[in-house]
Design a protein around this ligand. Structure first.
Ligand SMILES: [Zn+2]
Length: 377
């Protein structure tokens, strides 16, 4: 095993400064100028990495940053947007706290994922000058990655492995499988009539919706992990009118591509219980499920060995319900997600990172980058 990088006090303080600068540059999704500033701050540090090439792109008015060197190797994936609006810092400032288990740092977007971005950059500094990598920083992960999806997928096709800088689970566990999330709207059209005088001339969209809801719940599959939730329902105008219209809002989560296809094709041809109504489901899966496979297992095993060597602890790989850009890449390359900072409270007001994990995480990312650089593709 080669000489480990010394994460000494000076480097720790440099990294903390970079993380702090990134957090203080508030960058909600959609604010292209501020997201650009975050990326520029990364470039300022990244420019010192030997032989690095810096490429900017713009998709749908949003900046995308790519820092790369050579051919092949790993794709490192990070996003510069956060869920926090500008001004959040006033009530949720950068704050360092010495807790029982070590230093914790609080701030909007620090865990998801300003610290992860900074760690990705510092991992590059540990590499020898001939180790290739591709570090892609996107602007819109928190809002579904419409602007960046095509470039994410095209870079994943070229990558030996994809390392996603989303936060780790408590204790440092990686995210090795993620649900696919589907957002559907059921639109039901009936025939209005007077509820008292002409009930038979009408066809109630609401009564049909009730039957549809019962049918929808039968699409869940507990064994395969498919869930269906009708989360909203609207419709009708008055109690004495047979409802002409009803709408259902539905959240579907799947663990496999097969289940995603089953749901898509089933919702494309729903049963209609009252033939005088019309029913259609629109929408679909924003991100496919991230499934583990033999190739991603091999990379996870490698990560486990590195983690055990460096920390003496067992690294877990967990299935999580939320989606990330790892959902896009898993179809094209083995993907390890949750490699970024470890802490708690993503998207919540107690969002923070635990500093004790930063060093081991940096070593883990760098070691995986080295392995990917050797494996080519
Ligand atoms: Zn994130």
């Amino acid at each position: 095993m080669q000489q480990r990088w010394d994460f000494n006090e000076e480097r720790q303080s440099d990294l903390k400064t970079l993380i702090q600068d990134l957090v203080l540059l508030e960058s909600p999704s959609g604010d292209a100028d501020r997201i650009h500033q975050v990326m520029e701050r990364l470039v300022e540090d990244g420019a010192t990495v030997p032989n690095i090439e810096i490429a900017w792109q713009e998709h749908e008015g949003q900046p995308i940053l790519e820092l790369h060197r050579g051919q092949g190797g790993a794709l490192i994936l990070g996003h510069a947007d956060t869920v926090w609006p500008v001004g959040t810092l006033e009530s949720m400032p950068w704050r360092e706290e010495n807790a029982e288990d070590g230093l914790r740092i609080y701030g909007p977007g620090i865990l998801d994922m300003k610290a992860g971005l900074a760690m990705g950059l510092f991992a590059l500094r540990q590499l020898s000058e001939d180790t290739p990598f591709d570090f892609l920083v996107t602007p819109d992960e928190e809002v579904g990655s419409e602007a960046s999806r095509s470039i994410i997928e095209s870079r994943a096709r070229e990558a030996a492995v994809v390392l996603v800088l989303e936060s780790g689970m408590p204790g440092g566990a990686l995210k090795t499988a993620r649900s696919g999330v589907g957002d559907f709207v059921g639109e039901i059209v009936g025939v209005e009539s007077h509820a008292g005088l002409d009930p038979d001339k009408g066809a109630s969209a609401i009564h049909e919706a009730a039957q549809q809801i019962l049918w929808l719940t039968t699409l869940a599959n507990h064994v395969l992990g498919t869930t269906v939730n009708v989360g909203t329902i609207t419709g009708g105008t008055r109690t004495n009118v047979v409802a002409g219209q009803a709408t259902l809002g539905i959240d579907v989560r799947v663990q496999t591509a097969g289940e995603m296809e089953r749901i898509n094709s089933t919702l494309a041809h729903p049963p209609v219980f009252d033939k005088h109504t019309r029913v259609q489901y629109i929408g679909g899966f924003n991100r496919p499920p991230m499934e583990s496979n033999p190739a991603s297992h091999r990379w996870f095993d490698r990560a486990r060995q590195i983690w055990r060597h460096d920390t003496g602890e067992e690294l877990l790989g967990l299935r999580v319900g939320g989606a990330s850009d790892g959902n896009f890449t898993a179809a094209y390359a083995p993907t390890l997600d949750g490699l970024g900072a470890v802490g708690n409270g993503a998207h919540a007001r107690h969002e923070h990172i635990e500093w004790q994990f930063v060093g081991p995480r940096l070593m883990l990312i760098a070691e995986l980058l080295r392995a990917a650089g050797r494996s080519g593709r």
